[in-house]
Every structure is written in structure tokens, then in C-alpha cells.
Design a protein around this ligand. Sequence first.
Ligand code: UD1
Length: 432
Amino acid sequence: MTTKAEPNVDESVIAVRGNGPLAGSVTVPGAKNSVLKLMAATLLTDGTFEITNVPAIADVTIMGDLLDAIGVAIERPTPDRLLLTDSGDLTPVAPYELVERIRASINVLGPLLARCGHVRLSLPGGDDFGARPIDMHVAGLEAMGATFKFSHGYLEAFADRLHGADITFDFPSVGATENLLTAAVLADGRTTIDNAAREPEIADLCEFLVAMGAQISGVGTSTLVIDGVRADELGAVSHHTVPDRIQAATYLAAVAVAGGELVIEAGRPEHMAMLLERFAEMGLDITVTSDRSGDRMRVVAPERLRSIDIATLPYPGIATDYKPLIITMLAVADGVGIVTENLYPGRFRYVEELQRLGADVRTSGHHAVVRGVPRLSGAPVRAHDIRAGAAMVVAGLAAEGETEITGVHHIDRGYDDLVGRLAAVGAQIQRR
Ligand code: UD1
């Protein structure tokens, strides 16, 4: 990459005012949680890969810098297109300075171990929402023949050649599924992953791997069966990243609290089916249409949202990444809603920021009780992570007066021009 992203140097703020209804159309960019994994999977074999529908987000730049340090040459002829050239001359080391900035750096573990037989990886960072262990990644790779050493904040893994194994997860971890899946592509024999995560981004990764020549069955289900091949049986491919359901949901939440009518273009409504059902219960009128140019969701906001109870679950349940948006919607809905977090117990930190805007939210353990108020009131708030940051922007659309959001670098990690996209549909929002 030509430009290196600097850690946390951007001190700009986003200023937003609740300014009445939104109108117009928003195009959904490619998914962060897919593109980063596709990029890591290019470590499996030689050649020049093309990835399109790449979102213009900081995490893509950081992942690019990490792959560059490992030995993959990266070009970005246009912001939405990446060319990654893996010439096989790889240094399987992921240094602290890059790994600590992005959770998805853990995704280089499986492909590098399978390809090089050795990896040295700083333990991963990413969003600040409680402990995020990697024990399932490690146990799965051990079952495939890897050995691990941990010292001085680094993990080292070794395996002459991984072999297939039958793995059953206690919990369908997204990252562990992806790491074992990519490692199994080059393992000797058959690997079965039971209770695998089945997020659309994992199906996207499977499609990428299958196009490369991997032997995978059960794509999109909770049982993945992978028959290992040799690296020279794989080839580089061109792939269009699946659209970002979390960014799509952000625009739904924006119109839900601001009022008005939006058309969301290029999303995949079937990837957000349960969320769309719950949003309809809250009063959003959502019509899905499809034609040759793709799917579109027309969303009309009600006069006032209705409260519902909601719980986060692995896909196809309600994603934990939607939750800050949902709590923001409930903060201005009619009635009381109870939100239950089943994935990350500590992931309520942004609630204090919402309270500063006048939201009535109480948390206890992994529950939040949200009593809707008619309107929030603008104040300075901080974005603590990507999704909480986007929720602050949405909350600002529901607030009287100005809401000024700091910690904008978190939003930049996962949102492709959130400010520009909202301004284009009539939001009073600017970055300064
Ligand atoms: C991914 C997403 C993140 C999303 C999450 C859940 C990326 C880059 N991030 O994160 O946005 O919120 O899925 O949908 O794609 N766990 C263990 N041991 C492990 C692995 C996970 O205990 O070895 C636990 C985690 O602490 C957490 C839960 O399992 O409580 C879910 O984690 P996981 O599904 O692995 O999420 P990530 O892949 O980290």
C-alpha cells in the first residue's frame, strides 16, 4: 500500500444535528468482515488476486500493511478494487504494531500455518469490548497437528503439514471457523467443522476458496467439510465482496430515528432477514424489490417507533454488531425494550454516551432496559468502537441541537464515508 494508516492520529470530529426526515438512496459498500478475510486467504497460494467491491475503510489499509509486511504486494488502482500478488516469498510473522490495531489479523494464522509450516503472530487487538480469547482457534489447529508456544505477547505455531480432523465447536465462533476452514484447505485429508459459524461473510469466504480450487461442501450451513489439496492445486481468482449488512442496517436505523424514506441499494436483504422482521415489528415499512441490477430495500419510517425485546445470537440470529443501533432506536421508541447480549458481555460501554444524550437506558449484566423518550438532546460524545461510533451518529440524528462525536478513527475502521452518505440523503452532518 502506498499510504500507511497511522494509529489514532485523526482528531477530527463528526457534528450532527437532528434535522428532520431523510430522503433519497444509499448504496451499500462491501463488507469489512468479509474483505479482510478474503485478503488473508490470498496467503494460501501464488498469483495475483483481484478483489472488487472493497469498502474504503481504514481496516483494509491496515490489513494491506500487514500482508505487505508478510510479503504480499498490494495495489489499489481504485478505492474499491484491490490487486494482491502473492509470489510465495512469505515471511510468516505478524508484528505487534499492525496486529494490535485490527482483530481480523488473527485470520492470517490458519493460511500462514498451512502454507509455511510456521507462524509467529502477536496476540490480536481490535475493538475494545471485553476479553476476546482465541482458545478455539488454537484447540482446532492442535487437533489438526499444530503445536503452539506463547511467549512475550507472541504466539508461535508449527506444523510440518496439517492433517484433517473432526472438530466440533462449543460455540459457532466466526474467527475460529474462518481460521480452521482456511487451514483445512491445504491440510492432508478431510476436516469436518461442526457447529461452524454460518455468517454470510463466511459463505463469501467459502465461495472465494472454492473458486481458488478448494474442496468445500456444506457452504452456508453449520457443518463444513473440507478435503485438503496442495498449494499448487489452487489458483488466484477475482472476487466481488459481499455487501455489508451492518452498514446497510446503519442506514435503516438512521431513517428509523430521523424519519422519512430511503432506498437502500446493493444490499442483500436475505442476509438480514431476521433484523428486517424485527424492524418491521418496530414499525418500519420495508419493501424489498429485485431486478437485474440487484436488490433494493425501500424503507419508510413510522411517526414513532415501537419498542420490542431483542437478543443477540450467532447468525442467522440478530448480530451483536447491530445492537448499538437497536438500542439507539429503542431510546426514542414508544415503550420499554429489553436487550440481551449473548456474545460479548462487556459490550454496553457506549450506553453511558447515549445517557449523555438523554437516553433512559439501564444495564445489568448482559441486559439493557431501554425506556423510550420522544427525543434525545445533542451533546459531546465519544465513539468507543466501530459500531458504537455509528450508533452515536444515528443518535445525533434523533437529537435536538448538535451532537459532536470524537473518536472518529473508530468509525473510519468500518464505515465507508458514513458522513457523505448521510449528508447526501439530507442529514445535517459534517466532519471537521
Ligand atoms: C467477528 C466479527 C465481529 C462480530 C463477531 C460476532 C470480524 C473481524 N469481527 O468477530 O464484528 O461482532 O464476529 O458476530 O469479523 N470466543 C472464544 N474463544 C475463541 C473465539 C471466540 O471464547 O477462540 C468467544 C468470543 O470471546 C466471543 C464469541 O466467542 O464471546 C464470539 O466470537 P467470534 O464469533 O469468534 O467473533 P470474532 O470472529 O472475534
